[in-house]
Ligand binder design. Structure first.
Ligand SMILES: Cc1cc2nc3c(=O)[nH]c(=O)nc-3n(C[C@H](O)[C@H](O)[C@H](O)COP(=O)(O)O)c2cc1C
Length: 335
């Protein structure tokens, strides 16, 4: 029904309008609860224990879908094993001008140039507190993806990441340091070793002691092997907990649409899997990898797990396959 009726209906609207429409529906508790009996996954075979955290299944909501954490209770009802909220920056910002998400149905892909629109720390923390108070905080692990304000100079980016990390520490099961979105000018330069160290060191220091949280770095698929090795060295030197591979790509040779922004979905699948395999080989399988990029089916998921990923995430596959995609992937993985 999703592909024959609901998706064609949604695809008549601008992609971001359709997204807001779907998110508004997901915010209505009764709506996501009514999908839960068909979508929820409950199979101990799929449990993943990572960093001492139990993930009911390996499929998570990728960053960017719920940027402001407005739909937290829904993700559990849709069967996700965890959700990554964000990217969150210290202060609210509007992101790039509309339109900024483009569908390419012929290639099961999206191009986006959102530019981190988000509500900022103050509003999001109020939202999280209200959710905790009302007892509606989800039972699945929640990762928080953090970034820098567009207006912050690259040299001073570390302050933004640290501010987000400290403020959101009580709410996150893990943190993702986003240095790989193509839509914040200069952001991806932070993947270079010295710049990355400047961001990571204060966070590692602030993470010492009692309530420490796993911290992972999210990389772009456009890094060459030498650059990935430099990121891995940084991760090892700072004893971080893992890596997310990958963000969207700026390489649009595989698709007919050449809008500015990052490409996601099916055309990214193979390359992100290759990067996962490369990281796994170079780290002897010891560094936890969250695999993301072009997962639509159980076969796609299995490919990334076989390449060395411990957890997975989806964004574009959710748009094209619909709300039962997690269940379908999980059923396939069990088989
Ligand atoms: C519209 C859109 C917005 C996104 N926003 C973010 C973001 O804010 N932070 C981030 O780290 N990744 C963001 N991403 C990247 C996704 O998290 C994911 O890494 C990428 O889309 C590849 O996965 P997919 O092929 O399953 O979509 C965004 C992707 C899309 C399509």
């Amino acid at each position: 029904m999703y592909k024959s009726i609901i998706r064609p209906f949604f695809f008549r609207f601008d992609a971001e309008e359709a997204h807001h429409f779907a998110m508004n529906a997901l915010r209505v508790p009764l709506f996501s609860k009514s999908i839960a009996p068909f979508a929820k996954v409950n199979n101990p075979q799929l449990n993943v224990n990572l960093w001492g955290i139990n993930f009911g299944n390996p499929i998570g909501v990728a960053a960017g879908f719920d940027k402001d954490g407005t739909c937290l209770p829904a993700w559990e009802n849709l069967g996700f094993g965890y959700a990554e909220i964000g990217t969150i920056t210290p202060r609210p910002q509007p992101g790039n001008p509309l339109p900024r998400i483009f569908r390419i149905p012929s290639h099961q892909a999206l191009i986006n140039r959102m530019g981190f629109p988000n509500d900022g720390l103050e509003t999001i923390i109020k939202r999280f507190d209200a959710l905790k108070k009302s007892g509606k905080w989800p039972h699945i692990p929640i990762g928080i993806n953090i970034g820098k304000q567009k207006s912050t100079l690259l040299d001073e980016a570390g302050k933004d990441y640290l501010e987000c990390f400290l403020a959101l520490k009580p709410y996150a099961d893990y943190f993702a340091i986003n240095i790989s979105s193509p839509n914040t000018p200069g952001l991806r330069q932070l993947q270079q070793k010295d710049a990355l160290n400047q961001i990571l060191r204060p966070i590692v220091e602030a993470n010492l002691g009692g309530d420490s949280k796993p911290v992972v770095v999210k990389i772009a698929p456009d890094l060459v092997e030498k650059d990935i090795m430099a990121v891995l060295e940084c991760i090892m030197e700072n004893q971080l907990h893992g890596i997310i591979a990958t963000n969207t790509t700026i390489d649009k040779t595989a698709v007919p649409l050449k809008e500015d922004g990052g490409l996601s979905g099916a055309p990214l699948r193979q390359h992100s899997t290759d990067i996962i395999r490369f990281i796994s080989k170079e780290t002897g399988g010891k560094l936890p990898i969250i695999g993301v990029g072009g997962i639509f089916t159980a076969d796609d998921a299995k490919e990334k797990l076989d390449a060395g990923a411990s957890l997975l995430q989806i964004y574009t596959g959710f748009i094209y396959e619909g709300p039962l995609v997690v269940r379908s992937i999980c059923d396939g993985l069990v088989k």
